[in-house]
Every structure is written in C-alpha cells, then in structure tokens.
Design a protein around this ligand. Structure first.
Ligand SMILES: Cc1cc2nc3c(=O)[nH]c(=O)nc-3n(C[C@H](O)[C@H](O)[C@H](O)COP(=O)(O)O)c2cc1C
Ligand SMILES: O=C(O)C(=O)c1ccccc1
Length: 388
C-alpha cells in the first residue's frame, strides 16, 4: 500500500511541535541550494540550467506569482479530495514526476531511476520514466509497486527502434506512453555548451538503447565491447524531427494512452486531439529548450480550452503545493515537477524524493483547506485573480 499523503501534514506538524524536524529542506530555495552542494558541479549545471540566459526558466516560476487564489470562508473544508481520474485509473492526487533523463546519475548510489520508482511506489505519485536512464525500463517498472508508471519516448529516427521501445514499455507494464516533441534537437544551453557537458554523449543514461535488440542489431560490436561506438550510434539516432504527418504512425505504435509532451499552442492541441491522442502535455521543458520567453503557465488556459475535454498534463515552474493548486485551477488535469524531486533524489535517494512529494502534497492539501476548496473540482478559473 502507498502512504496516505493526507496524514503527512499531521506527521510534520506533530513532529515539529515536539521539535523533531527532518534534515531535509521545506522550501524550494533551500532544496536547490543543498542539492547544489552535494551534486558534482557539471551535473548540477546540467540539471539546474536551461536555454539561453534562462529567462524562460525564470518566467515559468514567476508566472505562478502573478496569480492569486481567492480564499473562501465558512466552507468547512475539513476533508479534502485530491484524487484524479486519468485513463480509467484513480490517482490519489494530481501530482506526477516529469521525466528527467539524468535521474540515474543524481542519486548517491548511481541508480536514481530505481530510487525514484521506489518513491512512486511509496507515495502513489506516478513517475514518467525517461527514455534516458541508467537502468533499463524493465528494471524501473519493476519498482513501481501498485503505482502506475508512464514511459516517456524520445522518438529515434529508426522507426523499428521506436516500435521496439514502445513494445518493451507495454510488456513492462507501463500504463501510458508520453512522446516528447520539443527535444528532437537539444536547445541552446550555454552552461553545458561552455563546459562541453552532455551526459549522454559521455555514454551515460543509455541503458534503454544498449539493452534493446533493435539497437544492438545495428552495432558492429556490442556496447559491452565498444561503448564509444554505441554512444556515437545513439547520437545519430536520438532525435527525429517529426511532423504532423507522423502522428498516425505514432498513434499506431500503441494501444496504451498516448500523450504528446511539449504542446503550448491551442492549434497544436486541437490537431493532436484530432489525431487521436488521449491527453495533451503542456510544457516548455522547464525552460531548457527554447528561451522563447513565454511561461508555460501562461499558455495553459488556451491549451486547456482547445483540448476540449481531453486531459491536460502540465509542468514547468511548479515549485510548491500552492503552484499545484493554481495549475489545477487554470485547467490542468495533472501537474508535474522536474527539478524539485530531482534535487530531493540528490539529497536523500528514495527518502529525499518521498520527502519532496509529501511536502508538495501536504502543502497543496493545506492550501485547499485554508482557502476553502475541498476538492479539485472546486478549483475553477474563478478561484484565481490575476494579481499583477
Ligand atoms: C535534468 C533534466 C532532464 C530532463 N530530461 C527529460 C527527458 O529525458 N525527457 C523529457 O521529456 N523531459 C525531460 N526534462 C523536462 C522535464 O520532463 C520537465 O518538462 C521539466 O523539468 C519541468 O520543469 P521544472 O523542472 O521546472 O519542474 C528534463 C528536465 C530536467 C531538469
Ligand atoms: O536535458 C534535457 O532536458 C533532455 O531532455 C535532453 C535529452 C537528450 C538530449 C538533450 C537533452
């Protein structure tokens, strides 16, 4: 069984009253500062950094500050219901873990994908497992327990390899496929470019490829014999500049729910819906891809409207439980975090991730209690006021 997150706030309260405070941060700024102090500098830069001067990354966070929740009184919101229906499943809350391709490297034991999957099992918070991982997807999925997991696909140029990855994800028990559209080519990332620092190009996090029969069949020597050649092959295959003409092919890859990640324009949301996808994932990749300036939160409502009833997943800039509540009020069905749980992983492995997830959920739950919104259905756009 997963932990009831609702009890976490009481645990934190009572422990704090007794003077027992966990040795893990309770605010994002402290979380980031402590993660920086434990991660190797190059890995810290890779995770914390973004595109260009990181204006968009900052805008993602600031966008939340421009919305204010209007408190309602005498509601008696003594019990809150944060559960969400998605693809016929009932999730305990709208929170999920966005795919992060270097998780494996971020935990002290070098197996952060597994550690994160264990946190998903403990909390009931789904993990979207990246194509880029230190351990193969089958090993990651084996740690999910009763919590559903989603597989994030970076579509390679080799269609047979794409089909193989999706087939493996189905067999491994993943419950949905998330196709990321915004990273067929890495963005302009000065921190990484100035240090020549791209973990995958050093042969890291490629287990899903090196364990794949189709990928292996394309190599002259096995990855065990020649990882450099395997890495080069990966770099050649990694990104596929798909077009809308490829959507029927993507759709044909799986009968699992199909989610397109990186949708920010209402027209793209409409087109995706017409193409038969099951959900839209509104995101600007945490400001890592284009430094285009617009916060993901500021395009959410338009995407939700165009999605016309399809579930809309959202990430980019969520740093607190209040942010989760605001994204739901602006129409998101489920809300993802990337860097926050990655920093928890760096600080404390599975425990660190569990801590961050429970904090975010306890804060969301308390916000709904204090502001008088007992269920997610009560969080409509009318509960927000644009403050600046
Ligand atoms: C270090 C790092 C690696 C990422 N790797 C992937 C990935 O492999 N696949 C993907 O779809 N998104 C990836 N993302 C983007 C996240 O899924 C997500 O969109 C983003 O982190 C959300 O923004 P946030 O970090 O502000 O919460 C990555 C993000 C970070 C920070
Ligand atoms: O770092 C990322 O955000 C990411 O998803 C990625 C994946 C592969 C190559 C470059 C970037």
């Amino acid at each position: 069984m997963t932990e009831a997150f609702g009890s976490y706030q009481y645990e934190v309260y009572f422990n704090a009253l007794r003077g027992v405070v966990p040795d893990l941060p309770m605010t994002y700024s402290e979380l980031a500062a402590r993660a920086e102090s434990v991660l190797p500098p190059s890995l810290w830069s890779y995770v914390a950094g973004g595109a260009g001067d990181e204006y968009t990354q900052r805008a993602n966070v600031r966008a939340f500050e421009r919305w204010g929740l209007i408190p309602r009184m005498l509601v008696g919101a003594t019990e809150r219901d944060l559960s969400v229906e998605l693809f016929g499943m009932t999730l305990p809350s709208p929170l999920f873990m966005a795919p992060v391709g270097v998780l494996g490297l971020c935990s002290q034991d070098g197996h952060g994908d597994l550690a994160t999957a264990r946190a998903a099992a403990r909390t009931g918070v789904p993990m979207v497992a990246s194509t880029l991982s230190v351990d193969p997807m089958e090993a990651v999925a084996a740690e999910f327990g009763q919590t559903p997991g989603f597989f994030q696909l970076y579509t390679p140029t080799d269609r047979e390899l794409a089909a193989s990855l999706v087939e493996r994800a189905e067999k491994a028990g993943f419950k949905a496929i998330v196709v990321t559209l915004d990273t067929w080519i890495p963005g302009w990332r000065p921190r990484d470019l100035s240090t020549g620092n791209f973990p995958q190009l050093r042969g890291h996090c490629l287990a899903n490829y090196t364990s794949d029969p189709v990928f292996r069949a394309g190599l002259e020597r096995t990855p065990e014999e020649d990882m450099q050649a395997a890495t080069l092959r990966w770099a050649q295959l990694f990104g596929n500049p798909l077009t809308w003409n490829d959507l029927p092919w993507l759709r044909s890859l799986t009968r699992l729910p199909l989610i397109l990640k990186g949708i920010c324009h209402p027209d793209d949301a409409r087109r995706a819906k017409d193409g038969g996808v099951d959900a839209i994932y509104c995101s600007n990749h945490g400001g890592r891809q284009a430094n285009g300036g617009l916060a993901a939160l500021d395009v959410l409502a338009g995407v939700v409207e165009a999605a016309d009833g399809l579930p809309v997943l959202f990430d980019s800039g969520v740093r607190s439980g209040v942010d989760i509540v605001k994204a739901i009020a602006l129409g998101a069905t489920a809300v993802g975090v990337g860097r926050p749980y990655t920093y928890g992983l760096a600080l404390g492995g599975t425990e660190g991730v569990v801590h961050v997830l429970r904090w975010l959920l306890a804060e969301a739950d308390l916000t709904m209690a204090v502001d008088g919104y007992p269920s997610l259905a009560d969080l409509t756009p009318g509960t927000l006021r644009r403050a600046a």
